[in-house]
Design a protein around this ligand. Structure first.
Ligand code: ADA
Ligand code: CA
Ligand code: CA
Length: 356
């Protein structure tokens, strides 16, 4: 943050030209069109695994279909529950500090099967000690940048740096997001920092985003309240948000220097984080404290260093996480859930009740 701050508007000449409206359609018509195509895309994913959605851009694609673990393995993870308790977080957070074991369960999980994703950009698992990548230039941002429904914003490696008007990057909850993605939007090749990070109103893709210095949090999957707020800022009608869980892809992305959360999940979602690197955070993914959120998180081929508390924390019995080929950097606890059956792919499971 040592570079001089200019007072350019959020949309300025250094930024990629925003997409133009097609064929004289109004923004509302265009949004409606994008949502229809998004709905079609997701219904295609659910009902017909053989149909692939057409590839956008140069990114090479492959189909993603994770395997469910056998129930026996789940039971084993539970037996391997760590004896050590995690250290209490040093920074101010909304989390309590006590730790207890999760309740045992022999019931078959009521959680839905692991979601499938198509159009997953390829990449590689990051190595330990990956330095913050260099940026190609700086754009000062003094109001949230909106990516409209179904559109792709390619930042070409520029650093979208929030000014003080957006917040001070602390744990203050009342800061502005640097980016707001409407449903079905993609953000790629972007660096950013501070404020309240990136907000996803609904489904969306983050590909090669780098947070150089996490603010209050780095990514928010909106719940009901955020949706109202963010939709107002973006100018979209909340009634146009597709129903059902948000499908969120976070790939080839890196997050540095956080105090608390990387992803704050305030609504039901199906999330794939793949080829992700974090160095410095309290936790990777937190469903909103005390809320009955139904989210399925999959973390694959990713590397975590200096994450102090956990990779996944929920108070909800209907959220779950699956880890595969993850380097946790030697953490004692990877997941904090009410029931150990909510987690697969790691035995490092514990529970911390939410105390408000
Ligand atoms: C905390 C806070 C929530 C919400 C969330 C967020 O969990 O208790 O009300 O603000 O952070 O979205 O950052
Ligand atoms: Ca918060
Ligand atoms: Ca936040």
């Amino acid at each position: 943050m040592s570079l001089p701050i200019s007072h350019k508007p959020a949309v300025c000449s250094h930024m990629p030209v925003p997409p133009q409206f097609e064929g004289g359609m109004s923004p509302h018509e265009l949004t409606h069109k994008a949502l229809l195509s998004l709905e079609h895309k997701f219904s295609t994913m659910k009902h017909d695994d053989e149909i692939k959605v057409k590839a956008k851009s140069h990114v090479s694609l492959r189909k993603y279909q994770p395997q469910e673990e056998e129930p026996e393995q789940k039971a084993q993870h539970y037996k391997h529950e760590p004896k050590h308790e995690p250290k209490t977080h040093q920074h101010k957070t909304d989390e309590p500090s006590s730790t207890v074991s999760p309740t045992s369960s022999t019931k078959t999980s009521k959680l839905a099967s692991t979601p499938s994703f198509t159009d997953v950009p390829t990449g590689t698992k990051p190595s330990r000690n990956t330095p913050i990548p260099p940026y190609s230039g700086i754009v000062d941002v003094d109001k949230p940048i909106i990516v409209k429904a179904g559109q792709t914003f390619d930042g070409h490696g520029m650093y979208y740096r929030p000014t003080k008007a957006m917040g001070d990057g602390s744990q203050n909850e009342h800061q502005q997001p640097v980016f707001i993605l409407e449903p079905g939007a993609t953000l790629k090749n972007v660096q950013y920092s501070g404020g309240d990070g990136i907000h996803l109103i609904g489904s969306g893709t983050l590909d090669n985003v780098v947070n150089r210095d996490i603010g209050e949090d780095a990514v928010t999957i909106d719940g009901e309240k955020n949706r109202l707020h963010d939709a107002k800022l973006s100018g979209m009608d909340v009634n146009d948000i597709p129903k059902g869980p948000a499908k969120v892809l976070i790939v080839n992305s890196k997050f540095y220097n956080g105090d608390d959360k990387v992803v704050q999940d305030n609504g039901d979602a199906e999330v794939l984080m793949k080829n992700v690197y974090v160095n410095g955070a309290g936790k990777l993914f937190r469903t909103n404290g005390g809320q009955p959120i139904t989210t399925k998180l999959t973390v694959e081929d990713s590397t975590f260093e200096n994450v102090k508390e956990s990779l996944f924390r929920t108070d909800s019995k209907t959220s779950s996480a699956h880890f595969s080929n993850v380097d946790d950097g030697g953490m004692k606890v990877v997941a904090l859930t009410p029931d150990a059956s909510q987690i697969t792919g790691t035995g490092k499971i514990s529970y911390k009740p939410y105390t408000g």
